[in-house]
Write a protein that binds this ligand. Structure first.
Ligand SMILES: Cc1cc2nc3c(=O)[nH]c(=O)nc-3n(C[C@H](O)[C@H](O)[C@H](O)COP(=O)(O)O)c2cc1C
Length: 209
C-alpha cells in the first residue's frame, strides 16, 4: 500500500468486526513497525498493554465512556507514556547509552553529559516530564495507526476515558501517563462510516508572529 493511500484511507473506525481476530504475528508486526519512529535521544518512552480478553475489554469499556468499540474490537491497546523515561538509572536510559557507545556515537566518558542533558531537557519539572513522555509516545501512537492501516487493519484512538480509573483498574504504575487507548481490528463492512472529516488548510496551519 502506497504511503499516500495509508494516510488518506486511515480513519477512526467506530465499528469493528468482532468475529475477525487479529493474529499475534500481525500485531507484533504493527508494533515493530511503529517502533521505528524517532524519539528524543532515541529514548523511546512508550509501552503498550495488549487487551484481548472480553472481560478485560469490558472492564476498560466501563471506564471509557462505555464506548462500544472498546469491547467490539478484537484488540485494544492501552498506550503508555513513561514520564521517567529520561532518568539516570532507568533501564532503557542505561540500555540506550550502552547501545550508543556500542554504535560509536557516544563514548563511555560522555555518560555524565548524556544523563545531565536528559535531566536538563526533560526532567526539570513535571510539565517537562509530561511533555517528554507524551510527545514521543504521540509519534509512536500515530505510527501504530499508520502501520496498522498498511497491514490491512483498522484502528480507533480514544482519550475519552477516566485516566485515574484506568490506572487503578489495570494497576498501571504512577510513572506512566495514558495518552490514549487504541482499538485495533477490522472495520465491520455492514456498517457505514461518516464521510471523512474536515481538516485545517495549509493557510490555516501556517502562522507567523
Ligand atoms: C488522541 C485522540 C483521542 C480521541 N478520542 C476519541 C474518543 O474517545 N472517542 C471517539 O469517538 N473518537 C476519538 N478520537 C477520534 C477523533 O474524533 C477522530 O480521529 C477525528 O474526528 C478525525 O477523524 P478520522 O480519524 O476518521 O480522520 C480521538 C482521536 C485522537 C487522535
Amino acid at each position: 500500500m502506497d504511503f499516500k493511500d495509508v494516510v488518506n484511507e486511515r480513519r477512526a473506525v467506530n465499528f469493528f468486526d468482532s468475529n475477525k481476530p487479529v493474529s499475534d504475528q500481525l500485531l507484533r508486526e504493527m508494533v515493530e513497525m511503529a517502533a521505528k519512529v524517532p524519539s528524543s535521544f532515541n529514548l523511546q518512552p512508550w509501552s503498550v498493554m495488549i487487551l484481548r480478553d472480553p472481560e478485560e475489554k469490558m472492564r476498560l469499556r466501563k471506564l471509557a465512556w462505555d464506548q462500544p468499540k472498546v469491547s467490539e474490537a478484537p484488540v485494544v491497546l492501552i498506550v503508555l507514556a513513561d514520564r521517567d523515561g529520561w532518568k539516570k538509572g532507568h533501564p532503557f536510559v542505561e540500555k540506550n547509552f550502552k547501545e550508543m557507545v556500542k554504535a560509536g556515537s557516544m563514548s563511555e566518558v560522555q555518560y555524565d553529559w548524556f544523563t545531565g542533558a536528559c535531566q536538563g531537557l526533560y526532567g526539570e519539572s513535571p510539565d517537562k516530564q509530561q511533555a517528554f513522555a507524551c510527545k514521543n509516545t504521540g509519534f509512536f501512537a500515530m505510527a501504530l495507526m499508520f502501520a496498522a492501516k498498511s497491514l490491512g487493519l483498522d484502528t480507533h484512538p480514544m482519550d475519552g476515558f477516566d485516566h485515574e480509573g484506568v490506572r487503578d483498574a489495570f494497576k498501571i504504575p504512577k510513572n506512566y501517563w495514558v495518552p490514549l487507548l487504541l482499538a485495533v481490528g477490522y472495520f465491520d463492512r455492514t456498517k457505514t462510516l461518516h464521510p471523512p472529516k474536515w481538516r485545517k488548510t495549509f493557510e490555516e496551519i501556517v502562522v507567523s508572529f
